[in-house]
Design a protein around this ligand. Sequence first.
Ligand SMILES: NC(=O)C1=CN([C@@H]2O[C@H](COP(=O)(O)OP(=O)(O)OC[C@H]3O[C@@H](n4cnc5c(N)ncnc54)[C@H](O)[C@@H]3O)[C@@H](O)[C@H]2O)C=CC1
Length: 559
Amino acid sequence: MMKRVSRRSLSSLKSLREGNLNFINGQRIDGSGSSFDVFEPRTGDLLCKIKSTSKKELDNALSIAKSAQLEWMQTSALERADVLHQAALLLEKYREEIAYVETVDNGKPILESRIDIQSAIDALKYCGGTSIALLAGETQSGNGWKGSSYRVPVGVCAGIGAWNYPIQVAAFKSAPALACGNAVIYKPSEFCPLSAVLLGEVFAEAGLPSGLYQVIQGQGELGRAISEHSAVDKISFTGSVPTGQAILRASAEHVRPVTLELGGKSPLVVFDDFDEDIAVQGILQANFYSQGQVCSNGTRVFLHENVYQTIKTKLIDAVDQIKVEDPLEDQTRFGALVSKQHLEKVQGFISRAISEGGKIVSSSRNIETDLGGYYMRPVVMECHDHMEMTKAEHFGPICQIYKFKTEEEVLRRANDSNLGLAAGVFTNDFHRVDRFIENFEAGTLYVNCYNLAPAELGFGGFKQSGIGKENGVEYVNQFTKLKTCFYPKEQSRKLRLKKSHENEAVQRTTLFLCPRRRSTDWRENSYTSIKTTNRPTTCSSRSSGSSRINWKYQFCSWH
Ligand SMILES: NC(=O)C1=CN([C@@H]2O[C@H](COP(=O)(O)OP(=O)(O)OC[C@H]3O[C@@H](n4cnc5c(N)ncnc54)[C@H](O)[C@@H]3O)[C@@H](O)[C@H]2O)C=CC1
């Protein structure tokens, strides 16, 4: 059993502001690399200075991770799941403290930060429970042969995260990796670096041995150093398409598995048979949650010509009523954008769209506020197909509306994108629903709802929106390698008898067919004898039964 040193406290915001934001081998320490400033989105004030991880410190952290991982992989999946479950309970316990830090760091409403922590809790419970069953593998037999496939950890997994869901992404990168017996080295976005450190403290208090979850801090340069490092066995990345492509290129050198959760430019198609008021609530949900900084947002809203005018009018009315407020207040539904640079980027998209013929039809995008910080009003824009914003992800609170006539036409326009993260359709015609499910070119589809991403089902994109999934069984599998072992049927029976007779608990001898190609008569082949670790073959998955937030919040009132 690995030695565990439990911590008993979570760092306060005051302490985080003071630095020591790398979390290496169970300790909060400063890096010795270059420094950079982090600003508070709700006020625009300096939040903290980060001393980033140097190349030498990265090497050291990876070597600590490898040693810790070699021990961790020897623990049972059930034991690992227990640690994740404990961490989930601690996240529940510290929900308010972490939500406060998250909102100060990111600018999103505190209500949303609380929900993001729920997603992190769900991921920990789901991955812990699921891995127990997945790692058990499967056994098959055929003519003269018997074989088992089972899953082993990948090794040291690196996570590189975006800024829009800091605690959630840190948990999404670490939960499946740890559950499957890997170590994690995580680099949060330089814009929102704090909650990943708190997650490290939560893991430590839950009994996770030091070195298995480490946080390194830095900007793109550190991300590049991770993606080029030979001691990293897998990378799980959430961020923009160009960065994802750079990581993929660097990983080709090492022939290393990569999971990419990248950007989107998702269509949301609204037909004239659907309730207009519910459609408006759905469009708000698909565009303005997290100030529009959501990868799966349905920013291209196609409205059927019969309802274009009425839905447009209702939508403008609803958007104009959204209050932009201090994200730390409980009632706030729309807070600050993440950074000055990002605010300027989003405003730049709007200005270029106007010069290309786009038109803001809601009130002004600008807002006077005495909070300081990075605020703008959400907007509705009438757009056409041949403008930059129809193709490019703006990642801000801009709902683009388009008019369409026929189903065939709108499907073609909806799919006309290099990205394929999500797509939605609002209609009461279930034959039409079937046709959209079949023909939408996207990895996540929403019918009469939008932006759900529960832990139980895979979420991820087609086309340039990514490779692999987060959530669901597929996601947990991505943090394992599959080993398949064949043996002759009679030999396997003898081995079983021998094993039970000698009560051999740790190791057994088995046989590989060699050469690998299966002959019609396997007896003609020669054998090679090797040693393998004995593994349990039956385990049951545990329910993640949590005090979940009801997902129906998705159509909550915005005013
Ligand atoms: N599909 C999904 O699940 C999600 C996708 N996203 C996408 O993330 C993007 C917004 O996030 P950003 O932080 O602006 O993305 P980004 O690509 O600029 O940065 C993401 C992370 O990559 C690091 N990085 C930068 N250059 C790197 C390099 N050359 N090699 C390795 N790492 C590097 C950054 O420091 C940061 O930690 C949007 O495109 C959004 O759609 C965001 C959330 C979820």
